[in-house]
Design a protein around this ligand. Structure first.
Ligand code: HEM
Ligand code: FES
Length: 348
């Protein structure tokens, strides 16, 4: 394989986030156990563990799924993105503990293989109240495992960003399976309306947040598809782009980030090769376009990451005519160098 494995690079910031994540999970489990015991004093330790780990995993899954749209709505949430992968792996570990304890408690004492017992132990697909909800949980666990196992950047580089991204979209499938697992499982016996309301509110929260973020992005897109005679598109005044920052425009359906730096203008794809972060919302740092999500960097005039990194994004031809930036909407192959347009700010 061309990509070498490098152990997770923990830095101080990640350690602090991980500590808070673990403290949060431990606190939740303690509060859950206390609340559950006061409502059901005869609960066994096994039941407490199964319910505590299951609900903690689902709660954290809501947090993980909220971080993306929250960051698109407000940049102050960006630091959470740095730790999202660790949260995702924690969701899996908690779900594994929940599923593992459930298998031991409900499926390990008979003479049938516990996996077979989960998958085939209950054939009542014709009944809503008796539906075999546990295979749905198992399917969700398999998806969560696949994502946790490939969460390291080693797999991102090996699978390529588009494949990795598609695989990790499976988190929404896992969420759907868990919703059905809970709705057809515990909600059939625990009929207190607050539980169903909580599950519904969680779904409503996530749908609203994703819709809001999509609407905001759509509103920000300025489709500029009126080309000049030679195919270039006028994307506005050069002076409107702050120094060392970018303007994002949509050309031919693609988002393009147009950066201004050192008296020059360069245009490149807005989509970071790491996890599709919005490059145009980043800045030029130390001469490199720097992604606002996890800090991947690219040389502005060729879209290549500095050595030893190998990421490349498509570039676009740009020029300045009478103080207005023109960009050609046809993307050039990733990593193609384009002579930057020269433009000195007359007011500087
Ligand atoms: C092998 C996989 C799984 C098995 C065998 C399993 C089994 C169970 C069982 C037996 C219950 C009912 C417990 C009770 O009524 O006390 C339950 C409930 C629940 N499960 Fe799962 N489950 C699995 C995977 C998952 C996953 C992947 C998640 C979430 C990420 C999850 C989240 C929940 C939640 C939130 C509940 C309701 C609260 C609770 O009772 O824990 N389960 N599961
Ligand atoms: S998306 Fe992670 S660095 Fe750009």
């Amino acid at each position: 394989m061309s990509v070498h494995y490098r152990a997770v690079q923990w830095n101080r910031q990640k350690k602090v986030y991980d500590r808070w994540l673990l403290i949060g999970v431990a606190l939740y489990l303690a509060i859950f156990a206390a609340a559950d015991l006061s409502a059901h004093p005869d609960s066994t330790v096994e039941t407490l563990l199964i319910r505590g780990f299951g609900s903690a995993s689902l709660l954290l899954l809501h947090v993980v799924l909220s971080i993306g749209p929250l960051c698109r709505l407000d940049r102050r949430f960006l630091p959470l993105l740095y730790n999202r992968r660790h949260m995702g792996v924690t969701v899996f570990v908690l779900a594994l503990a929940h599923g593992g304890f459930s298998m031991v408690q409900f499926h390990a004492l008979g003479d049938v293989n516990p996996l077979v017992s989960v998958l085939a132990g209950n054939p009542r697909v014709d009944s809503l109240a008796q539906f075999p909800f546990q295979p749905l949980g198992l399917a969700a666990l398999v998806f969560l495992f696949l994502m946790a196992a490939t969460s390291h950047d080693f797999w991102l580089a090996n699978l390529t960003a588009p494949v990795w991204k598609s695989l990790h979209m499976g988190v929404y499938l896992a969420y759907g399976l868990v919703l059905m697992h809970v709705a057809l499982g515990v909600l059939q016996s625990e009929t207190h309306p607050a539980l169903a309301a909580l599950l519904g509110l969680g779904l409503l929260w996530l749908i609203s947040l994703h819709l809001l973020a999509a609407l905001r992005e759509r509103g920000a897109d300025v489709p500029l598809d009126v080309p000049t005679d030679d195919g270039f598109v006028d994307v506005g005044e050069a002076s409107g782009i702050p120094n060392n920052r970018a303007r994002i425009v949509t050309l031919g359906g693609e988002r393009v980030a147009i950066f201004r730096y050192d008296g020059k203008i360069s245009a490149l794809s807005n989509v970071c090769q790491h996890q599709n972060g919005p490059l145009g919302e980043g800045a030029i740092v130390d001469g490199f376009v720097t992604c606002p999500w996890h800090g991947y960097q690219y040389v502005p005039d060729c879209g290549r990451s500095p050595e030893p990194f190998t990421e490349r994004v498509p570039t676009f031809r740009a020029r300045v005519v009478d103080g207005r930036v023109h960009v050609h909407p046809t993307p050039l192959p990733p990593g193609t160098r384009v002579e930057p347009a020269v433009w000195e700010d007359p007011d500087a």
